[in-house]
Design a protein around this ligand. Structure first.
Ligand code: SF4
Length: 250
C-alpha cells in the first residue's frame, strides 16, 4: 500500500470547495511561488520515513507525516456525518497521484464527494483512473503568459492551460483561481485573458479572485500590498463583461 506525505488534515473547512469538507494537505510542491502562503509545504524528502524531523537539512516541514490510506480513512470516518466530502490540497497533491488513486477508491465507497485543489502542472489526462474517481478540480491560473508564470512560480503554464481545457471538456472543472498582487503581476491583463477563457469554456465555471495578503509569505522574495476594494471591483467587472457569471472575491 502506498503512503502519502501529509502536511496536515483539517476536519472541517468551508473554503476548500462546496459545503463542509475535510481538507487533506499533502507535502511537496513543484512550484515555488513568490507569494506562497504555505512555503513550509513546498519541500519534501523521503529520508526520514515516519516523520520529518525539525533539523531536516531539506527544510521540509517538521509536521509532515507519512500516512497510509487506512489511517486517513479512519480520520474521515470520525467526521463523516458532518461533511459532504474531502478536498485534497497541498503543496501540490497531484505529485502523489498513485496514493490519491488508492485514497479516492475508499472515499468513493463511503459515498463522499472528492475535490482536488491543484496548481495544474500534473496532467490529469495521463491520470485517467484518478480523474474518473474525483468529482471536480479547482485549478490555479496564476498568470496567463508563460513568461510571467515562470517568473512567479519557476515553471511554465503549458500543462496548466491544457488541464483547464481538458477538465472543462469532461465537466470536471469547478473553479479557477487567480491571486491579485498589485505592482508585481499584470493583474488586469491576466483577469481579462482568464475570464475570456472561462467564458469560452463554460461561463458557469467559478472564477475566484483572491486578494494577495502579506501573511505567512517569504517577504525576502516579494513585497506587495493588499489590493484595494476598488481594484477588486474593477476586476470583477472585467470578468463579468467578458461573460463570467460565477465570480467570487476572497
Ligand atoms: S503552487 Fe501553491 S503550494 Fe505550491 S508554491 Fe505555489 S502557492 Fe505554494
Amino acid at each position: 500500500m502506498n503512503k502519502g506525505l501529509v502536511n496536515k488534515i483539517i476536519p472541517f473547512s468551508s473554503v476548500d470547495g462546496p459545503g463542509n469538507r475535510m481538507a487533506v494537505f499533502l507535502q511537496g510542491c513543484n512550484f515555488n511561488c513568490l507569494y506562497c502562503h504555505n512555503p513550509e509545504t513546498i519541500k519534501r524528502c523521503d529520508h526520514c520515513f515516519d516523520r520529518c524531523i525539525k533539523s531536516c537539512p531539506n527544510l521540509s516541514s517538521p509536521k509532515a507525516l507519512f500516512m497510509d490510506v487506512d489511517e486517513i480513512v479512519k480520520e474521515v470516518k470520525r467526521v463523516k456525518s458532518f461533511i459532504s466530502g474531502i478536498t485534497v490540497s497541498g503543496g501540490e497533491c497531484m505529485l502523489q497521484a498513485e496514493f490519491l488513486k488508492e485514497l479516492f477508491v475508499e472515499i468513493k465507497n463511503m459515498e463522499l464527494s472528492i475535490f482536488v485543489d491543484t496548481n495544474g502542472s500534473v496532467p490529469f489526462w495521463e491520470n485517467s483512473e484518478l480523474t474518473a474517481l474525483m468529482d471536480k478540480a479547482m485549478v490555479d491560473m496564476k498568470a496567463f503568459l508563460p513568461e510571467e508564470h515562470i517568473g512567479l512560480t519557476g515553471m511554465d503554464n503549458k500543462n496548466v492551460l491544457k488541464n483547464i481545457e481538458y477538465l472543462a471538456s469532461i465537466d470536471k472543472l469547478y473553479e479557477l483561481r487567480t491571486v491579485i498582487v498589485p505592482d508585481i503581476l499584470d493583474n488586469y491583463f491576466n483577469v481579462d485573458a482568464i475570464s475570456k477563457l472561462i467564458a469560452a469554456l463554460n461561463p458557469d465555471i467559478r472564477y475566484k479572485l483572491i486578494k494577495y495578503r502579506p501573511f505567512g509569505v517569504r517577504k525576502e522574495l516579494m513585497i506587495s500590498q493588499i489590493p484595494s476594494d476598488n481594484m477588486m471591483k474593477e476586476l470583477v467587472q472585467i470578468s463579468r463583461d467578458n461573460g463570467c457569471i460565477n465570480i467570487v472575491v476572497t
